[in-house]
Design a protein around this ligand. Structure first.
Ligand code: HEM
Length: 134
């Protein structure tokens, strides 16, 4: 079976390459947010240094993707929408976040079927985070 596709029952976490894969995705996501003018709008909402943001998103996504729930074990329930209320998030910010994540997935050569499934799931979460018009 070596080299064969993983069984369909495997989690997105496993299909991304486990802990190292999730960390690589988050690192690329925030590198792109730092580098690309297209994401300057959401970059400006973040602190000057992104180190804390990187850790938190990595801990969160580990559990959200079906791996160890590193975020919950540190902080309890994520209350993600409440935690985003200090930041004005509308359609433009949602779409920048999603485009930045889609590019990170593409650059890491995540298999297209998985990238598509994740894009849909990220859309649901990002859309739910909107807290202002426009
Ligand atoms: C919709 C557009 C989004 C914007 C503009 C946005 C922006 C932000 C900002 C500015 C922070 C604070 C960073 C910091 O304290 O270092 C943050 C924190 C966080 N975001 Fe987002 N975010 C968005 C969507 C998402 C989505 C879709 C997820 C998950 C799939 C997510 C997960 C997180 C997590 C886990 C934290 C850390 C929360 C904490 O413990 O303080 N965000 N986000």
């Amino acid at each position: 079976m070596s080299g064969a596709a993983p069984p369909p029952s495997s989690t997105p976490y496993e299909r991304l390459g486990g802990d190292a894969g999730v960390r690589a995705l988050v690192d690329r996501f925030y590198d792109l947010m730092d580098l690309e003018p297209a994401y300057a709008g959401i970059r400006a909402l973040h602190p000057a240094t992104l180190e804390g943001s990187r850790d938190k998103l990595y801990w969160f996504l580990s559990g959200w993707l079906g791996g160890p729930d590193l975020y919950q074990s540190r902080f309890g329930h994520p209350r993600l929408r409440a935690r985003h209320l200090p930041y004005a998030i509308g359609i433009a910010e949602r779409d920048q976040w999603l485009a930045c994540m889609a590019l990170a997935l593409q650059e890491l050569a995540v298999e297209p079927a998985l990238a598509e499934r994740l894009a849909q799931a990220f859309f649901g979460t990002a859309d739910w985070m909107r807290n202002k018009g426009g």
